[in-house]
Structures are given as structure tokens and as C-alpha cells.
Ligand binder design. Structure first.
Ligand code: GDP
Ligand code: IMO
Ligand code: MG
Length: 430
């Protein structure tokens, strides 16, 4: 197995960063292929916490190359800060440790402003975005009004493109959004400087990946967000603005489907969601509070409290189908310790009907009642467990039930935030 995709199988924050960091030990390259700095991926190594928003989660392994594919939208200021912080700690030492696609699109301040103003205008119906300008940057890409990294790093090109794009943006701000205009001159000054700092990292990611694969290199593709936030298949419009399914690896990094050997879906042992939108198994009472406090469920990007609830198997099965997931990673099993009983959602009930699949329309998902199967809990702290047979019987039964219902084997169970806090059942690279 040389090329593995790691994606979130819920609404994001499943623990992808931790898993990618652990698996990166055996990898040569780690690639981000969609999203931007709406992502917040937490790595805990030797007790030290690192949160990465744009740089792939292989960065803490010297010798592992990090690549940012064309499908990512890059806030160059955030990228530069992240690189500098990592370099100050002795990581990303060589310029060749990071490669950013010249085709990736740039997030400018007007994208962030637009994101924020739109949310304000939506009022109660707001999406609850991260406010990082992700949606407006993808809009510009599709509208052929985007500015790419390859243009950011060539000052004459940057100037020309800003002159073409910014006047139209300003019209939108002045006439529709009630915002103040942006100055081409100021944007150019600030961004040409950032561009010149980033230039040494910019190149052709698709080509680099092709060559790496020809040389038998091991590659990890690191998803951001989760399948239920996919712009096509998620809970639209309460979604992010990119495709988060495994298929996005191909368009977002410039490789063909035959270049992918395995797809691993990461899911928490329960469910969380940040931002607005339907969440059938949400628990707003005592259980929700216990999961939130016990799991430290506060966003790694915005610090917002995450909504919490039981594991939703129809949602997980949908992710498995959409991304061709053939191995599962279950994270945060340790957080379920000491709950007397555990609920697993096996179907939705809506207006007298029973649905084992996620409906594509929003209303049934908003109004449905989850149908639960109740399993016994366990009392023991399992954070130090490293073998499946050392888990309490009830924890093993819980995992077995997930495997049976989904038909997909569990490769790894995570029982703590640290890099090594894992029960390995089948190593994905084996
Ligand atoms: P990502 O966006 O999918 O990378 O996930 P986040 O980093 O946003 O959120 C996952 C949170 O759970 C982080 O704080 C991790 O350190 C933490 N975490 C990951 N796996 C485990 C686990 O198995 N147990 C516990 N207790 N924490 C975990
Ligand atoms: P990681 O990679 C959880 C959510 C936002 C909002 C919706 C749209 O850390 O799992 P956006 O800013 O993308 O336009 O917001 O998507 N969202 C995430 N939720 N984890 C993430 O990333 C997210 N990235 C975006 O909260 O509901
Ligand atoms: Mg996160």
C-alpha cells in the first residue's frame, strides 16, 4: 500500500491530524488537497500540542515532504506564519520540505471580509463559517476571477491581476454588502512581499507526486473537514465550499484515481459538529455536556464549542459509500468511558417512516428522530490500553457493532490525543 487517503467521515474534527501525524512516520510525503485554513489539525507529540491549519500534518517528521495541492485555497499570510513557527522549532528546515502548488488559489482580505459580511446578512440563517474567506475564494476560482499562487509570487503578474479583479470586488462591497473598498496599491504592497517570501516553496505538485509514485514513495493524502461537509454530498447549504470526499484527492492534487491504493475514514466514537445545520443525534443536555467537557470539544480554528451527540451510523455509512472507505479509524474511544450506557443511531424516523440512509433534503434530517440501539458502557479508563484484547468487554462490543453495521474493518482505535495513544489492529501501510 503506497498511497493512502485519510479523510474525515463526519462533520470534521475527527482527529485526522493526529492520525496523519502517526502514520507519517512510515510515509515519504503528506499532501493536502482541498479546504484551507478553515481546518485545524491538532498534533500532540511528547506532550506538546501543535495546531496546523495549512501545512500538512507530516511537518513534525524530519524527512517527510509536505505538499499543498492545487485544490487548496491558501491564505498566504497564515501559511507564512505557520512555516515560520515550524522553522523556529527546527522543522521544515530545507526549502524542499514544503511544496505549494502554483495552481492553488489565494485567499485575500476581501474574501475574508465578504465571508464575514455575508454571514452577518444571513443573520439567524447563517452557516456558521470559520470566517476565513474559504467560500468566497472558491467562488472566485469557479468564476475565473481567482488569483493563483503562481501569480502571487510574480509581482508584475500580481499587480495586473489585482487591477483586473479588485475593482469588481469593490463594486460588490459598495453596492451590495455595505462594506468599504480595498486599495489595489495596499494589497499589492502587502502581498507582493509575502509572495516573494513564499516563492521558493512554489512548484508543480502534480508532477512531484507523479515522480514520487514512480519511485515507489509512500504518500498520505490528508483530508480537511469531513464528508458531511462536502459541498455536493453534505448537509447543503450547511457545508464547506469544497469537495471533501476521497475523490477530491484526484482533482485537488493532480493524480488519477488509479494512484490511490486505500481510503481510511476517521470517525470519532461519538459525533461533533461546529457551526449551523442539522445534527440528528445531537445531545443538548447532560450527555452533550459530558462529551463536550470530557472530549475538550472546542474548535481548533475558532475556539467555538462543538455540538456533541451519539455516533450516527447512517451518516458513517454514507461516508463509506461516498468515499469508498475500506478501513476505519475510531478516535476518542477513551471519552466514552464512565458513561453508563451508549446509544448508537441505526436509522432515522421521520413522519411515520424509517430511513436507514441519510436523505438528500434538509427538512427530514432537521426534523427526524434518531432510532437508537443501546449498548452497555464501561467504567475503566482505557487511555493506556494498546491492545484490543485489553479493552473492557463492553468497549470491544461497541467496536464490533460498528464494524458489523458498516461492513468495514477497524484498522486503528485511538484512545488519547498523543501520537502513540493507539491500538493498532492493522497498520494501513502494511
Ligand atoms: P482534525 O481537524 O480532524 O485533525 O481534529 P481536531 O484536531 O480539530 O480535533 C480533534 C481533537 O481531539 C484534538 O484536540 C486532538 O488532540 C484530540 N484527539 C484526537 N484523538 C483523540 C483520542 O483518541 N482521544 C482524545 N482524548 N483526544 C483525541
Ligand atoms: P477540520 O479539517 C469542523 C465548518 C464550519 C461551518 C462550515 C463552513 O479541522 O476538520 P467554512 O469556513 O469552511 O466556509 O465553514 O464548515 N468547518 C469545519 N468544521 N472542522 C473543520 O475542519 C471545518 N472546516 C469548516 O464550522 O459549519
Ligand atoms: Mg479540526
Amino acid at each position: 500500500m503506497s498511497s493512502i487517503v485519510i479523510i474525515g467521515a463526519q462533520w470534521g474534527d475527527e482527529g485526522k491530524g493526529k492520525i496523519v501525524d502517526y502514520l507519517a512516520e512510515g510515509a515519504d510525503q503528506v499532501v493536502r488537497f482541498q479546504g484551507g485554513n478553515n481546518a485545524g489539525h491538532t498534533l500532540v507529540v511528547g506532550g506538546q500540542k501543535t495546531v496546523l491549519h495549512l501545512v500538512p500534518s507530516g511537518a513534525l517528521h524530519p524527512g517527510v515532504r509536505c505538499l499543498i495541492g492545487n485544490g487548496v485555497v491558501v491564505d498566504p499570510e497564515v501559511l507564512l506564519q505557520e512555516i515560520e513557527a515550524l522553522r523556529a522549532r527546527g522543522f521544515l528546515k530545507d526549502d524542499s520540505d514544503l511544496l505549494v502548488s502554483d495552481r492553488a488559489h489565494v485567499i485575500f482580505p476581501y474574501h475574508k471580509k465578504m465571508d464575514q459580511l455575508r454571514e452577518e446578512r444571513r443573520g439567524k440563517g447563517k452557516i456558521g463559517t470559520t470566517g476565513r474567506g474559504i467560500g468566497p475564494a472558491y467562488e472566485d476560482k469557479a468564476a475565473r476571477m481567482g488569483i493563483r499562487i503562481g501569480e502571487l509570487v510574480e509581482s508584475d503578474l500580481l499587480k495586473k491581476r489585482l487591477e483586473e479583479v479588485v475593482p469588481e470586488k469593490n463594486l460588490q462591497f459598495e453596492k451590495i454588502l455595505n462594506g468599504s473598498p480595498f486599495s489595489v496599491k495596499e494589497l499589492f504592497q502587502r502581498y507582493s512581499e509575502i509572495g516573494s517570501c513564499l516563492k521558493k516553496y512554489v512548484g508543480d505538485v502534480s508532477r512531484a507526486l507523479y515522480e514520487a509514485r514512480c519511485h515507489g514513495k509512500k504518500i498520505l493524502y490528508e483530508g480537511a473537514q469531513g464528508t458531511a461537509l462536502d459541498v455536493d454530498h453534505g448537509t447543503y447549504p450547511y457545508v464547506t465550499s469544497s469537495n471533501t470526499v476521497a475523490g477530491a484527492v484526484c482533482a485537488g492534487s493532480g493524480v488519477g484515481p488509479s494512484a490511490i491504493d486505500r481510503v481510511i475514514g476517521v470517525t470519532k466514537a461519538y459525533t461533533t459538529r461546529v457551526g449551523s445545520g442539522p445534527f440528528p443525534t445531537e445531545e443538548t443536555g447532560e450527555i452533550g455536556r459530558r462529551l463536550q467537557e470530557g472530549g475538550g470539544e472546542f474548535g481548533a480554528t475558532t475556539g467555538r464549542p462543538r455540538r456533541c451527540g451519539w455516533l450516527d451510523l447512517p451518516l458513517l455509512k454514507q461516508s463509506i459509500r461516498l468515499s469508498g472507505i475500506n478501513g476505519l479509524v475510531i478516535t476518542k474511544l477513551d471519552i466514552l468511558s464512565a458513561l453508563p450506557t451508549l446509544n448508537l443511531c441505526v436509522a432515522y424516523r421521520f413522519r411515520g417512516g424509517r430511513y436507514a440512509e441519510v436523505p438528500s433534503a434538509l427538512a427530514p434530517l432537521e426534523e427526524c428522530q434518531p432510532e437508537y440501539e443501546t449498548l452497555p458502557g464501561w467504567k475503566e479508563n482505557i487511555s493506556d490500553v494498546r491492545r484490543l484484547d485489553q479493552l473492557p468487554n463492553a468497549a470491544r462490543k461497541y467496536l464490533e457493532r460498528i464494524e458489523k453495521e458498516t461492513g468495514v474493518p477497524i484498522d486503528l482505535v485511538s484512545v488519547g490525543p498523543g501520537r502513540e495513544d493507539n491500538i493498532i489492529i492493522r497498520h494501513p501501510f502494511s
